[in-house]
Design a protein around this ligand. Structure first.
Ligand code: C2E
Ligand code: CA
Ligand code: CA
Length: 407
């Protein structure tokens, strides 16, 4: 194989420059990286009967060389610089990581497109079939399986929504000093005839990665609002709150704020009694979600930062978002007795909460000693199996308003 003369390649950081006419890679080379064209043009050729036949010109802003990385086979074409070119190198690791993180269906489609491109190349060269077929088919089969399962789950979720297979359970939130009930958190459950009772950790993520969370989230909110009115009435407590988990996909929906307002008008729930729980994950892609949060806040709803301390913690985001509540994650609460570091973290969060005028709720309290220590640290509210497990509405009414439920 002829090597590109060193003088025609200049490497700087993750960029590389080739002078006009230099080879970038050749057919048969191992694929070690892909390239993004920053300047110049790249010619892609395929050899046929000893000739290099041009098949594509890649311009500024386009990527090439990704095929060999994704399917692990040698380069099926050659690339050389038509002009002096500046290219950004996309390392094999970066490309593979991006590909692995992509939706399984997108992965499968990409993989199949690459497989087809390779077949076209092979036919063009006069070879009937794709060489090393097995190595190409194996990942496609695995990806196909993952994608099929994922598609089925998505379809089942949509069908389950239409067939009313979802229901909500409510877990009480308590004042740690007085042990009085202050509100509830709505938690979603899915009872599917084929799958049984599916825990939210197994379906919420998929619903969030697709648009299923939008109709599902609307249903959760509507049901949560309605049940809050029933609970307030039955317990004779108009001050009770309802916390509803909201995902970033919902907040990213431009119509979300209007739909929340429409629902609130329809059901006539007081927005002061509704807390929308979000996790720090909503800021993973930046803070562009803030205007939606502000609009919803202006309508009287408040926000709680859920699972605090487990994710991408940005105190600036917390400040900008003006959260009313911070929920200290269960991982700190369950270790607070034995691990001094957990205790120190909770202590710091509580101190910050008091300074900022933010309500602190400790999640996942299972033992009395945890509740006592959290109270001593100044934590305002608590939630966990020690006080109440999440239960459907009728059972919650039986527990908290037994006379009314029996009437
Ligand atoms: P989360 O919002 O942090 O909800 C608290 C989870 O901890 C619930 O699990 C609850 O049942 C559980 N839990 C409460 N107290 C205790 C305790 O003392 N000990 C232990 N071991 N666990 C306790 P669940 O219901 O399985 O929900 C898991 C996660 O699924 C939720 O975590 C939330 O992220 C998500 N999720 C649940 N319902 C919804 C929903 O309606 N919408 C959205 N977007 N996400 C939801
Ligand atoms: Ca929550
Ligand atoms: Ca939580």
């Amino acid at each position: 194989m002829t090597q590109t003369p060193i003088s025609s390649v200049m490497v700087h950081g993750n960029s590389v420059s080739f002078t006009a006419g230099a080879y970038i890679f050749r057919e048969g080379d191992a694929g070690t990286c892909a390239y993004l064209v920053e300047k110049g043009q790249v010619l892609i050729t395929i050899s046929k009967d000893g000739e290099n036949v041009p098949v594509a010109i890649i311009g500024v802003g386009e990527v090439f060389g990704e095929m060999a990385i994704i399917d692990g086979l040698p380069r099926s074409a050659s690339a050389f610089a038509l002009d002096d070119c500046d290219l950004t190198v996309i390392s094999e690791r970066l490309m593979s990581e991006r590909f692995a993180a992509a939706d399984p269906i997108v992965q499968l489609v990409t993989f199949q497109l690459i497989k087809r491109m390779r077949s076209v190349n092979m036919k063009f060269k006069g070879h009937g079939a794709l060489a090393n077929q097995e190595s190409v088919n194996k990942p496609a089969a695995v990806l196909g399986d993952v994608a099929r399962k994922r598609l089925k789950l998505e379809n089942d979720l949509l069908r389950g929504l239409a067939k009313k297979e979802f229901f909500l359970v409510y877990q009480g939130i308590f004042d740690l000093k007085t042990r009085d009930l202050v509100g509830f958190e709505a938690l979603c459950r899915w009872k599917n005839p084929e799958r049984g009772l599916v825990p939210p950790n197994e379906f919420i993520d998929v619903a969030e990665q697709t648009s299923v969370i939008l109709p599902l989230g609307d249903w959760i909110m509507e049901q949560g609002f309605k049940d809050l009115l029933i609970l307030q009435e039955a317990l004779g407590r108009s001050d009770l709150t309802m916390s509803i988990n909201v995902s970033s996909r919902q907040l990213n929906d431009p119509d979300f704020c209007n739909r929340v307002e429409t629902l609130q008008n329809k059901i006539q729930v007081n927005p002061k009694n509704v807390k929308l729980e979000v996790t720090e994950r909503i800021f993973q892609e930046g803070e562009f979600i803030l205007p939606t949060i502000k609009s919803i806040g202006a309508k009287g709803f408040s926000f709680a930062m859920d699972d605090f301390g487990t994710g991408y913690s940005s105190l600036t985001s917390l400040f900008n978002m003006k959260v009313a509540t911070i929920k200290v994650d269960r991982s700190f609460v369950s270790t607070i007795i034995k691990d001094v570091r957990s205790k120190a973290i909770v202590q710091a969060v509580v101190a910050m909460g008091i300074e900022l005028g933010v309500d602190i709720v400790a999640e996942g309290i299972e033992h009395e000693d945890e509740a006592l220590l959290l109270t001593a640290l100044g934590c305002h509210h608590g939630q966990g199996y020690l006080f109440a497990k999440p239960k459907p509405l009728d059972e919650v009414l039986d527990i908290f308003a037994p006379k009314k439920a029996a009437a």
